[in-house]
Design a protein around this ligand. Structure first.
Ligand SMILES: Cc1cc2nc3c(=O)[nH]c(=O)nc-3n(C[C@H](O)[C@H](O)[C@H](O)COP(=O)(O)OP(=O)(O)OC[C@H]3O[C@@H](n4cnc5c(N)ncnc54)[C@H](O)[C@@H]3O)c2cc1C
Length: 480
């Protein structure tokens, strides 16, 4: 068991992994001008484990060996475990200036789900998966690995499943079964943090049916595996000054198109192979944990929307105007609603074999839906309070130049007593958060990451007790 230092983590990424950025092979992700920012961002996790302010939250001790390990790997047993995990996720996202770190959050969501599904498969006469999952979990925990999750397939025609697509590789599938393992082909997409994790866990993205056996597959691989190619996302990618881009100059997350070009996976790393009836169960169980992670990491962002709107309203001298107070109230209620639902989801968890606490699925999906469906409206309110300087303001070079700086200082002040610099810094923060390439990224992340709006609505519909509600309505209507 052990905890790695940030330096050990970074050194582990120099392993010959096949990463491409804008068509070119990246020799070293840690020194790459764009991906390197994401690596430093991910280091937050390892820094927090060393930081006395966070040590108790970020690290747990194994009762048998007395060895410390990352709390992310702690299997939740009750509401308090879920809440501590949620607090850690929120605290690290706060350290990341509202951008989630994710190098262990998502991987452990998948590991929890794999434990649950492997237990179920053991009951159905396949105990080998349970042993493999446990061993793999211990490996990741003991080496303090960062683990990405590749669930989303490229999917081709969305109205079709794996069968009937223009070509068979739109969903990742097994192309060969050998004595020592399987060979897989296909591509996953939107795979977060994979440029800078040690491992990737691959899960099915949907329920499967008879005939889909080759697609019902789950496994894990080191990122530096022959045939595994990562095509990194291209958004942003220019050097940013922290004065102008206070968040995105120093915080970044990479996603990849993750290509499996006939990749060999040894059996000890295969967690599902052909069990079509379990594919949907695994996909959904992962999502149950992952949406709880999602709403947990949204909290600093929602606090920042409310806080920055309040601050800029004051700097603009409009904090007492009726419509501004109304908008601030809505932003506060937005934050408090999601926060309250997270706490309730943890308290109303269910414990499933092998003794893992699953956050309440209905409340988690309602929280995620509340967040996602209101995000653009919240951004609009913050932008409304801020004014148009979010996109028309002068640059950091203008601010620093002897020729132009004095004009910027003189003309872009706000309320009496507020230094122009404070007003500009606040506007730059809001611009970075809502009107930059990073702001656009946040908006798409809000709508799609951890499942689209419709996916959350579907789960809400399925989980809500309409039977009881309709019975109550019938009773009041006098219908026996
Ligand atoms: C920033 C970011 C990070 C992400 N990180 C990860 C990650 O780490 N790992 C991972 O596996 N995934 C990740 N995702 C993927 C995320 O879960 C998907 O984006 C999401 O599930 C939507 O899938 P899609 O992008 O393919 O969109 P689509 O599925 O194409 O959705 C587009 C629209 O089509 C609708 N639609 C799709 N299928 C149907 C259908 N059959 N019938 C009717 N309507 C349909 C949807 O509801 C939506 O309105 C990430 C996404 C983002 C944006």
């Amino acid at each position: 068991m052990g905890l790695r230092t940030p330096e050990q983590y970074k050194a582990s990424l120099k392993d010959g992994r096949e990463v491409y950025y804008r068509g070119e092979r990246v020799p070293d992700v840690t020194t790459h001008p764009v991906i390197g920012v994401a690596v430093e961002h991910a280091c937050i996790d390892y820094h927090m484990a060393e930081d006395p302010r966070y040590r108790d939250l970020a690290v747990v001790t194994d009762p048998q060996s007395s060895e410390p390990y990352s709390r992310y790997y702690y299997l939740p047993r009750n509401a308090e475990d879920l809440l501590q995990r949620s607090r850690l996720i929120a605290a690290s996202t706060r350290e990341g200036a509202t951008l989630v770190v994710l190098i262990k959050e998502i991987g452990t969501d998948a590991l929890f789900a794999l434990h649950v599904v492997a237990e179920e498969m053991a009951k159905r006469g396949k105990p080998e998966y349970r042993e493999r999952v446990q061993k793999y979990y211990q490996l990741c925990r003991d080496r303090d690995y960062g683990v990405a999750v590749a669930q989303s397939d490229v999917k081709g025609d969305r109205s079709l499943g794996p069968q009937g697509q223009e070509h068979p590789d739109y969903y990742l599938h097994v192309v060969d079964q050998r004595q020592d393992g399987i060979v897989v082909r296909g591509a996953k997409v939107h795979t977060s943090v994979s440029t800078n994790t040690d491992e990737v866990i691959v899960l099915p993205t949907r329920a499967m049916r008879a005939g889909d056996e080759a697609y019902a597959v789950a496994f894990a691989l080191p990122i530096a595996t022959k045939g595994l190619k990562l095509l990194a996302s291209a958004y942003g990618g220019f050097k940013k000054d922290p004065f102008e881009f206070p968040i995105s100059a120093q915080h970044k997350m990479m996603e990849t198109l993750t290509v499996f070009d006939d990749v060999f996976v040894p059996w000890e790393r295969v967690f599902m192979c052909g069990e079509v009836e379990a594919a949907g169960f695994l996909a959904l169980t992962f999502v149950k944990f992952h949406r709880f992670t999602a709403v947990s990491y949204k909290l600093p962002l929602l606090e920042l929307l409310a806080g920055s709107a309040r601050a800029v309203a004051e700097y603009n001298g409009v904090e007492s105007a009726g419509h501004i107070r109304e908008k601030l109230t809505e932003l506060a209620a937005y934050h408090a609603t999601v926060q309250g639902l997270i706490i309730a989801a943890a308290h109303q968890h269910v414990v499933v074999p092998p003794g893992i606490a699953v956050p309440n699925t209905l409340l988690t999906n309602v929280a995620k839906y509340q967040f996602a469906s209101n995000y653009h409206n919240a951004v609009q309110m913050v932008q409304d309070v801020s004014g148009g300087l979010l996109v028309t303001g002068p640059s950091v070079e203008d601010w620093r130049s002897e020729a132009t700086g004095p004009y910027v200082r003189k003309y872009l002040g706000g309320k009496k007593g507020i230094p122009t610099e404070h007003r500009l810094r606040m506007l730059n923060l809001i611009s970075d958060l809502t009107a930059s390439d990073f702001g656009g990224y946040q908006e798409v992340l809000a709508v799609h990451a951890e499942g689209s709006l419709e996916a959350e609505k579907l789960q809400t519909y399925r989980e809500y007790d309409f039977g009881a509600a309709a019975a109550y309505a019938r009773e009041l209507a006098g219908i026996k």
